[in-house]
Structure formats: structure tokens, C-alpha cells
Design a binder for this molecule. Structure first.
Ligand SMILES: *Cc1c(COP(=O)(O)O)cnc(C)c1O
Length: 394
């Protein structure tokens, strides 16, 4: 169908989108309304952990849709229990609350920390977050985020989120006072440009938060669920946080998120937390399929291997073109361009013929790569060839 035949004018404007309608996808490939195909290294924004239309997910969705879609959040259902159990088995956390989006999971983490502060720290409520961090688009999570400009768009902000600098422990220490209840960070800042917190910094943070009886909250909405080459990115630093949030990759493309915590932090009382769709079986059944596939023998090892392969290829290209190297973990990586040509590359890559390439410039001076976790080295080679031809055409 021609682009002009789609009734897009009824959609509220929130951002400019290219004049394409995507119609179907399979694995690392996405197809548009004119039948053109695109090699997808965005994957729904690091969401489609298993690529487009994964068979296991389709099966889970279809089977569950025939059994039970929604009994009500006030009742138990089987997939919610199974997924929660799988997540606690494979992490250092004891309890799970399911939500629908990363922002909502983070809202839950903020509430849990504030409630814990009320009970255990004389009403302490401040949560130290970081410059350039991203925690979501609700008013509270925007206030927690350190995205430039976000302090004024919907002012006034929700108070209680002083900002420190990532990988600078003194900047955190300086902000601690008797109102502080927690420190919250992304183990790898995603939207900020794929900036990992160092292992040393994570360990310093854990020691500092223990010393002051503060909670350590990791927002693993982007870095979690296999993206960093381990099931969760906190594992890379050898520390155990108190609270973790998941989103994006946990649903493999469907709206699902989770708030996880250690038993001793779980202070919610009846009525404190909820949500109409929390733990709904249709989404948790898909999440169960996703996490089962990610934790199958050899899967994460393969993510680490393809991550290393992508890293080597990006370094080679960087050397060849005089860029500034690359960074990241697993299959969340950035190529540092050294100049603000990211958006131009993204545009040209998408428009390429006969096949397009989907990339993202999280910041103008870098490209972010977030392919399916089961991307092949052959597809990485294809991507590199396409990227080289885009760079040649600049
Ligand atoms: C995407 C993202 C969020 C927000 O998730 P939504 O599902 O869009 O609400 C929060 N934190 C991080 C680190 C993210 O990358």
C-alpha cells in the first residue's frame, strides 16, 4: 500500500517519523509497506531480545490467548507465578512485581524506596540519580532522569532526585544527607550514549550505600535481560543491588516490565501498589518464553561471543576511518564518531537501496547498536558492509 493511503493524520504528533509503515518482520529483518527490507539493529529500541516474531513468543501468545487473557489483578494466574519464579531463580532478588513499562517499574522502585525510608529511616525520601540518566517519561521518572532540558518541560518536577556524576563516587558522597534513602542508576547508561558504570564505581557505590544504610537501585530496563552478555548487567560488577527494574527486553516486544527486590526491602502493605494489568497472563506468558530462551544453555555465552565479534568489527572500522573507538557491553554498544554525523548516517542508512539499515544515534556523535540477541555474525558482517557504504557516501 502507498504511504499516503494510511490514515496517519489521526495520530497525535509527538515526534517526526519517516514516511514508512512497517508491516512485518522476521528475526533481524523488518519489512515496509513497499516491500523494502531493513536489517534491524534497533530492534524496537533494544526491546526485541529474540528478533522480530520469534516462534517461541508467538506460540506462548497464541496458547495463552486461548486459555486466559485477564482474570483481574486481584487474582493469581499461572504465567505470572512461573515468570516470577524464573526471575528470582536467576537473580539475587526474592520478589517480583510486574508492570507494563519501564517507567512504571521505576515508579514502583521509587515508591518502594520511599516507603522503606518512611519505615526505616525516619521519612528519608531522596534518591540520588545521575546526570544523563534515563528512567522513563512519567513525571516522577522524568524528574529522576538527568536528561538535559527535562527539568523544565513539565515543571515543576517531583522533588527529591539530586544528581551526581556517573563514575565519580565523591559526587555521590557529597549529596548524601539525612533525607537520602537510595542511589539509583543504570549499570550502563543507554539513552545517555551507552556509558557503562565501571566495576570499581559499582563496588564503591555498594560500599557507600551499605555504610550509610541506603538502598542501591539498578534500572536494568535497557541493560538487563541478556543485553549486556550476562542475564543482568549488575552481575558484571560483582555487587548485589537491593532493587532492580526490568522492561524492554523482558517482553521481547510486548509491554511487560518488572520491579524486583530483596525480601527485606519488600515493605508494601495491602493497597500501597497495584495496577490493572500487573502480572496479566498474556504478557507474562510471553515473558516466560523470552526468559526461558535467554537462560537456555549456551544462549548468553553466544551473546558474549557475538558481542565480542561486533566490538572487534567496530574497532576495526574505527581505526580505518579515524573514529574514537567504541564502548559498551554484550550487544549494547556504541561507535564513537568524534563528530556530529550520527543523525546523517542513520538517515542515509535507512534510505539505502535495495535494502535499508536501521541504526540509532543516541547522541549526535555516536551510533548505538542494539541488535537481536540472537543476531548472527553473518548479519553483523552484512551490517558492517552496509555501514561502510553509507560512510563512503557522506
Ligand atoms: C527505556 C528505558 C526506560 C523507560 O521504559 P519505558 O518502557 O519506555 O517506560 C527506563 N529506563 C531505562 C534505562 C530505559 O532505557
Amino acid at each position: 500500500m502507498n504511504f499516503n493511503e494510511y490514515p496517519i493524520e489521526s495520530l497525535m504528533y509527538i515526534t517526526s517519523r519517516p514516511e514508512i509503515v512497517y508491516t512485518h518482520g522476521k528475526g533481524s529483518w523488518l519489512y515496509d509497506n513497499e516491500g523494502k527490507r531493513y536489517l534491524d539493529f534497533i530492534q524496537g529500541w533494544a526491546v526485541n531480545s529474540l528478533g522480530h516474531c520469534n516462534e517461541g513468543m508467538i506460540e506462548a501468545l497464541n496458547t495463552q490467548a486461548r486459555l486466559l487473557i485477564n482474570p483481574s489483578p486481584a487474582f493469581y494466574n499461572e504465567p505470572m507465578a512461573q515468570l516470577a519464579s524464573l526471575l528470582t531463580q536467576h537473580s539475587c532478588f526474592d520478589k517480583v512485581f510486574f508492570a507494563n513499562s519501564g517507567a512504571e517499574a521505576n515508579e514502583g522502585a521509587i515508591k518502594l524506596a520511599r516507603k522503606w525510608g518512611k519505615k526505616n529511616k525516619g521519612g528519608a525520601f531522596e534518591i540520588i540519580t545521575f546526570d544523563h540518566s534515563f528512567h522513563g517519561r512519567t513525571i516522577a521518572t522524568m524528574s529522576a532522569s538527568g536528561k538535559p532540558g527535562w527539568d523544565t518541560i513539565y515543571a515543576p518536577q517531583v522533588p527529591g532526585f539530586p544528581k551526581a556524576d556517573l563514575n565519580d563516587i565523591a559526587s555521590v558522597e557529597k549529596l548524601i544527607n539525612d533525607k537520602t534513602v537510595a542511589v539509583m542508576l543504570e549499570p550502563i547508561q543507554g539513552e545517555g550514549g551507552v556509558i557503562p558504570a565501571t566495576r570499581e564505581f559499582m563496588q564503591q557505590l555498594r560500599a557507600l550505600t551499605k555504610q550509610h544504610n541506603l538502598l542501591l537501585i539498578v534500572d536494568e530496563v535497557q541493560s538487563g535481560c541478556g543485553r549486556a552478555g550476562t542475564l543482568f548487567a549488575y552481575e558484571l560488577s560483582g555487587v548485589e543491588p537491593d532493587i532492580m527494574t526490568l522492561g524492554k527486553g523482558i517482553g521481547g516486544g510486548v509491554p511487560l516490565a518488572a520491579l524486583m527486590a530483596k525480601q527485606e526491602i519488600c515493605v508494601f502493605e495491602a493497597g500501597d501498589q497495584g495496577g490493572t494489568y500487573n502480572g496479566n497472563p498474556l504478557m507474562t506468558a510471553v515473558g516466560y518464553s523470552v526468559i526461558s530462551q535467554l537462560t537456555a544453555p549456551g544462549f548468553l555465552e553466544n551473546v558474549r561471543k557475538t558481542g565480542d565479534y561486533l566490538r572487534a568489527k567496530l574497532l576495526e572500522l574505527s581505526e580505518e576511518r579515524g573514529f574514537n573507538g567504541e564502548r559498551g557491553e554484550g550487544l549494547l554498544r556504541a561507535l564513537l564518531l568524534g563528530k556530529d554525523i550520527g543523525p546523517q548516517i542513520v538517515e542515509k542508512a535507512r534510505l539505502m537501496q535495495p535494502d535499508g539499515l536501521l541504526l540509532n544515534a543516541a547522541r549526535p556523535n555516536l551510533l548505538r547498536f542494539m541488535p537481536a540477541l540472537n543476531v548472527t555474525t553473518g548479519e553483523i558482517d552484512q551490517m558492517m558492509t552496509m555501514l561502510r557504504s553509507v560512510l563512503d557516501s557522506l
